[in-house]
Design a protein around this ligand. Structure first.
Ligand SMILES: NC(=O)C1=CN([C@@H]2O[C@H](COP(=O)(O)OP(=O)(O)OC[C@H]3O[C@@H](n4cnc5c(N)ncnc54)[C@H](OP(=O)(O)O)[C@@H]3O)[C@@H](O)[C@H]2O)C=CC1
Ligand SMILES: O=C(O)C1=NCCCC1
Length: 341
């Protein structure tokens, strides 16, 4: 989640940024419907200071669309496969429009049965994962999502990369407070943050990755050029990353992180994989008590000295952006103007 480090800061109203991103995405090959979903997602990440997946990613969307690797016009096909199961074929398009297409059915099933699963395959996810779960918690539901990405992480104890950076995001309602949300790569660092550090000429902390010969390195460029990331927390993060491969790819019918070949599409950046969401209606078990119990948990964590909840930094940045506008570096702002042409 590195912040931009160069240039003066420009503040832009959220709606203006979203409209600009939508215009860029449409100009470079997305349908209006797809561009609207991605623009909202990306502008939200920038607003919340989630810089590794904010406007930093727009040139990647543009080059990927130009390469023909992703279908920016794809219309997802939603299948109602069982009482608690929805399947979506994203048809080679982005995962977020696939989620949007299935969302109402997924929520209806979760409310009827207490739990429902959404399995998306044939999809590209190039964004932060919290925007996919947080809205469910705002409606009183608990949501968990996983997505796999592209081979760049060495499984614990192995010699070569295999897994993606494979994030896990979770959201739950909390009485009187913002939803409890966490969203984390299962690698020691998100790939986007390695790219940002490389661009800024910064070293990484120790323990993030290895170079092309498998030796530990703090040089982000060495990780990007033939090296690899490590899982967070050794064998534990590695096991979670393995779980993400199983849930997001094997269970959905999507590709494992190493199974797609984008070498024929220079400029392609978006992993062609799968995504799983599990949505639970806590009222089925706990009535109205779940959100209150969440609140009790937060209060107990604070009572023992916790001074920052996961998600809290984003909510703080969101509040500031609401008052002052979304922050971008001047360089990013100028770059976006150039892309709208
Ligand atoms: N689409 C894809 O394939 C991929 C996407 N990603 C995305 O990259 C993004 C960044 O991931 P990552 O770098 O692992 O995230 P971070 O390590 O920055 O943060 C992980 C979580 O921990 C919370 N957190 C951070 N610091 C603290 C602290 N000191 N105390 C309490 N909580 C804390 C964060 O909350 P807060 O948000 O408030 O800082 C967040 O919920 C994610 O949004 C992820 O979805 C990553 C890999 C692949
Ligand atoms: O930051 C990462 O790690 C990734 N983000 C978008 C998709 C590829 C991996």
């Amino acid at each position: 989640m590195s912040a931009p480090t160069t240039g003066a800061v420009v503040r832009v109203p959220f709606a203006e940024l979203q409209a600009l991103l939508q215009a860029i995405l449409q100009r470079h090959g997305c349908s209006a419907a797809v561009a609207a979903v991605l623009a909202h997602n990306c502008a939200s990440a920038q607003r919340d200071g989630a810089h590794s997946h904010g406007v930093f990613r727009i040139p990647g969307y543009v080059s990927t669309l130009a390469s023909g690797w992703v279908d920016g016009q794809a219309e997802p096909v939603v299948s109602d496969v069982a009482s608690g199961y929805v399947r979506v074929d994203a048809r080679g398009g982005f995962a977020q429009p696939a989620l949007a297409a299935a969302r109402a059915l997924l929520v209806a099933k979760a409310r009827a049965a207490g739990i429902a699963v959404l399995a998306i395959h044939n999809s590209h996810h190039f964004a932060a994962l919290w925007p996919d779960v947080e809205p469910f918690a705002e409606e009183g539901l608990v949501a968990l999502s996983v997505v796999n990405s592209m081979t760049c992480v060495v499984p614990h104890g192995a010699r070569k990369p295999l897994f993606g950076t494979n994030p896990i995001a979770f959201a739950a309602p909390c009485a009187g407070l913002d939803p409890i949300v966490f969203d984390m790569a299962t690698s020691a660092m998100a790939h986007g943050d390695v790219q940002i550090a490389a661009r800024a000429g910064q070293r990484l902390p120790e323990g993030m990755g290895v170079d092309a010969s498998g030796q530990p390195t703090t040089d982000p460029q060495a990780i990007l050029e033939g090296g690899a990331l490590l899982p967070f927390g050794g064998h534990k993060g590695s096991a979670l990353s393995m779980m993400v491969e199983l849930l997001a790819a094997a269970l959905t019918g999507g590709h494992f992180s190493w199974e797609f070949d984008w070498s024929g599409h220079p400029g392609a950046k978006t992993p062609w994989t799968g995504q799983l969401l599990i949505v639970i209606d806590p009222s089925k078990a706990e009535g109205e008590r779940f959100a209150q119990r969440s609140r009790e948990l937060v209060e107990q964590m604070q009572a023992v000295g916790l001074n920052r909840m996961p998600g809290e930094r984003r909510y703080r940045e969101r509040e500031v952006a609401g008052r002052e506008g979304v922050a971008l570096s001047e360089q990013e702002w100028v770059g976006l103007q150039a892309l709208v042409g």
